[in-house]
Design a protein around this ligand. Sequence first.
Ligand code: NDP
Length: 241
Amino acid sequence: MKKYALVTGGSRGIGRSICLKLAQMNYFVLINYKSNIGEAQRTLEMIENNGGSGALMPFDVAKPDEINAALMQWQEQNADSYIEILVNNAGIRRDNLMFWLTDNEWEDVISTNLDGAFYITRNLVKFMLNKKFGRIINIVSISGINGMAGQTNYSAAKAGLIGLTKALALETAKKRVTVNAVAPGFIHTDMTGDLPVDELKKLVPAQRFGQPEEVAELVGFLASDKADYITGQVISVSGGL
Ligand code: NDP
């Protein structure tokens, strides 16, 4: 029987590495992305080149109608299966100091990083509870734990997702559905491509940015049976930041 995992924002960066890791663990990986079909196809090619399998599942996580349509269509076509692993990874940043922050910069970041996770999780968690097994892993950020100047929108969204993680874990633990958050520090991806790496890495106790694979390893562990007794936690992958 095929086992399914959905990774939002699987076309690039951390999401791509998570897709590869879960495929290695014999999951059929549904690769979500918003618009970058070329990169999403590249993720699928990399999975297949390693002997794994998957499929693309495009939708905009900031649009509840698109989420519901895509998940309903998948469920209709796979009536006997369910998505047992959900990684809410899709995210954006639109940094600005609070007094310059526009309505759009606030709303886009909250709807993509926080609302999306709610709509997708609400849709899929009922199947996990019903089957008495599931894994929900939310990719948050050190900004959501400590706060970061210039990121009130992003810090609020990630802190909100941490709250969702802790509360949902309490609702689902009895049914062997675990809910955890992974908080990366600075990781080399497109999202951090515009940052002054040489300056910022001095702030990191490990004196370097991390690689997407280093985040994916932890996600793989939390998705595995070995992590059955870990739920409601926020675990950082940050070189000590
Ligand atoms: P990237 O910018 O490299 O990739 C972002 C991914 O999210 C892409 O696959 C993109 O799809 C997808 N995405 C963005 N908006 C949407 C949307 N509305 N609907 C569906 N998919 C969307 O980001 P990272 O890999 O760096 O970040 C991944 C996660 O890790 C994010 O949640 C981020 O906040 C978090 N994080 C990252 C850190 C870092 O240092 N890189 C640090 C802390 C947290 P498409 O290709 O179609 O645009």
